[in-house]
Design a protein around this ligand. Structure first.
Ligand code: NAD
Ligand code: IPM
Ligand code: MN
Length: 352
């Protein structure tokens, strides 16, 4: 069980350290951790946000535990040198096309959600976000248009095979959970979405046991805050999934609570190779202050044990410890509490 740990920037190293501490506390035999630079930290040390050695360390591992990348000082660099290119590069290079972002309100903790308790209590959703295509990875650029104005452009596209493989992931997840599947698109306006919808309908034929519906993304955003309980599994493209998952995290209570798994097709000895990261970013506004909530990263480590190492019982132990810590009132500033990053990590370890 070789894990490449890539802490990154801002709160990335702070939250990753606590997740590593939780993994170490489990005392798993055969778990080895190697650290590598990524993001602005790697750009400063090596001149590139995703140095070849870091990509190699990720490739050589069975799983990657990732913190966050992003630094305001780098926002004016040429795009290929910006920290965000590191996570985009890892996803593309490692073909991590399936991003699982579960969002569930913790039982008894409905009051942590800004939604009314009876609405929030029903939220238990898995967002399956396509992660290696869409407008993120199309051609893009800036130009001077016919009117002499500066213009930015980004090409959005999805090819049938890209949609087909993520649709299968989503249908399998829905079938396994006995949940309905909602495909979210913008087929009323975008050709990209028309192809998306047609392929999802086609794949549905192979899963007669799964109830499928389609929803436009604007409506989906609205339904997420008004009737979140209507969703079981949601499948959507890269851009819509990015936005809706931050929205779903706010419905749970904080972006500091949502983990993710980014999976490809490469198999490891006991599961699937994957990259595991919180859905949040480097949070420059609180970085270096020991205030960040590490629970999303700790829960991402649990997903790693489940998906890459087949350690379901250990994953569940971590998840139960986090739920217990929250129920016991251990909360960071993001949830209106005063526990710091290290104290939250310690509290989770104490409840393992
Ligand atoms: P962000 O997710 O970093 O922060 C948004 C807000 O949530 C901030 O107020 C932040 O303090 C708070 N927050 C985030 N995580 C938290 C945690 N664990 N505990 C407590 N509060 C938390 O998003 P942003 O501010 O839009 O972006 C900051 C930088 O991060 C940018 O450079 C962006 O590109 C990058 N980013 C990286 C990733 C990634 O590495 N996968 C994801 C999102 C954003
Ligand atoms: C995320 C982030 C990334 C994305 C950025 C940092 C490239 O927002 O992982 O959600 O847009 O996918
Ligand atoms: Mn995001």
């Amino acid at each position: 069980m070789k894990v490449a740990v890539l802490p990154g920037d801002g709160i990335g190293p702070e939250v990753t350290a606590e997740a590593v501490g939780v993994l170490e506390a489990l005392g798993l035999t055969g778990l080895t951790l190697t650290h590598a630079d990524v993001g602005a930290a790697a750009w400063r040390a090596h001149g590139h946000p995703l140095p070849p050695a870091t990509l190699e360390a990720a490739r050589a591992a069975d799983a990657v535990l990732f913190g966050a990348v992003g630094d305001p000082d780098c926002d004016t660099l040429e795009r290929h040198l910006r920290p965000e290119q590191a996570i985009l590069g890892l996803r593309k290079e490692l073909d991590l096309f399936a991003n699982l972002r579960p969002a569930k309100v913790f039982a008894g903790l409905e009051h942590l959600s800004p939604l009314r308790g009876d609405v929030a209590g029903a939220l238990d959703l898995l967002i399956v976000r396509e992660l290696t295509g869409d407008v993120y990875f199309g051609a893009k650029g800036q130009r001077i248009n016919d009117q002499g104005a500066r213009e930015g452009w980004d090409a959005m596209s999805y090819a049938e095979p890209e949609v087909r493989r993520i649709a299968h992931v989503a249908f399998r997840a829905a079938a396994a959970a006995g949940q309905p599947l909602t495909s979210v698109d913008k087929a009323n306006v975008l050709e990209t979405s028309q192809v998306w919808r047609d392929v999802v309908v086609d794949v549905a034929g192979e899963y007669p046991g799964v109830t499928l519906d389609h929803m436009y993304v604007d409506n989906a955003a609205m339904q997420l805050v008004s009737h979140p309980g209507r969703f079981g599994v949601m499948v959507t493209g890269n851009l819509f999934g990015d936005i809706l998952s931050d929205l779903a995290s706010a419905c749970v209570g904080s972006i500091g609570l949502l983990p993710s798994a980014s999976l490809g097709s490469r198999q490891t000895a006991h599961g699937t190779f994957g990259l595991y990261e919180p859905i949040h970013g480097s949070a420059p506004d609180i970085a270096g202050q020991g205030k960040a909530n590490p629970m999303a990263t700790i829960l991402s480590a649990a997903m790693m044990l489940r998906h890459s190492f087949g350690l379901e019982a250990e994953a569940a132990r971590i998840e139960a410890a986090v739920a217990r810590a929250l129920a016991d009132g251990i909360r960071g500033g993001d949830l209106g509490g005063s526990h710091g990053t290290a104290a939250i990590g310690e509290a989770v370890r104490a409840r393992l």
